[in-house]
Design a protein around this ligand. Sequence first.
Ligand code: ZN
Length: 136
Amino acid sequence: MYQHEEIINKIAQDKINFELGTKLLEEEKYNFEILFAFLKNYIFNSIPDKTDYNTETYQNAINTIPLKPTYTSIVILKSFTPKIAFNKLAKLPKNENTKTIISLVWIFKVTDTERRNTECKNGCGHFWHQNLKHEN
Ligand SMILES: [Zn+2]
């Protein structure tokens, strides 16, 4: 697992505090495009409804992002369906990148927690769920 992958999964599984974890990601000087693609993939995979991904859990996630709701990234997430919103987020100016990444890590935390509590509850084949479990 890449460093950023491990940090994101630890945040999602409450093994690192959200604020501390997103700061670690920032300090790692990640490549936005790579991290964005990774988070998008992880989020969409964690949502059971593959037609539009617009589930109650997803709505709950975008409505609880711990940033000012007036930030462009959040306004976009709340105004468009997931696929369209993600396409728009990818094209925002660089100074929005950190807010976008924080928002996506939050969304993943919520959608992945829901998945771990439902379809993964009795065991699953997601290696990132297994690997981190061993550290307990
Ligand atoms: Zn799993």
